[in-house]
Design a protein around this ligand. Structure first.
Ligand code: THU
Length: 129
């Protein structure tokens, strides 16, 4: 699957975002090593701290399906310029998929790709017992 195809899936997921408070709609798609893909969108809440980002929704779908061999994650927002993952999402991507490439799309059809290690150098981690 090409990066643009993965972004097209993220755009599809963005169409289901629930973002009545910010009005900023985000879609994400995860590509696993076996070719399977998982989608997520942002899901807001009147209790703002309960808002869920699209990237973490997509990662949760992959993990719930038992598929943790994550290769890439694409993300696209509804504003100008590329949408890059927030700090919490960088931390979560970096734990679940430390070698992951993050494909950040904009709304003119362009994108930039960053290794998660570049987006979050020296992220927090604990040894897994
Ligand atoms: N959002 C995401 O879905 N992913 C990010 O990486 C950044 C922010 C969402 C959260 C909230 O619903 C809206 O975008 C505005 O912050």
């Amino acid at each position: 699957m090409t990066d643009k195809e993965l972004l097209a899936l993220a755009i599809d997921a963005r169409g289901r975002a629930y973002a009545p408070y910010s009005g900023y709609f985000v879609g994400a798609s995860v590509l696993c090593a076996d070719g399977r893909t998982y989608l997520g969108c942002n899901i807001e809440n009147a209790s703002y701290g309960a808002c869920l980002c699209a990237e973490r929704a997509a990662l949760a779908a992959a993990v719930c399906d038992g598929n943790r061999n994550i290769v890439k994650i694409a993300v696209i927002g509804s504003g100008e310029g590329i949408c890059t993952p927030c700090g919490i999402c960088r931390q979560v991507i970096s734990e679940l998929a430390p070698e992951c490439l993050v494909i950040c799309g904009d709304n003119s059809g362009e994108y930039e790709a960053f290794p998660i290690k570049e987006l979050l150098p020296r992220g927090f981690n604990l040894p897994v017992p």
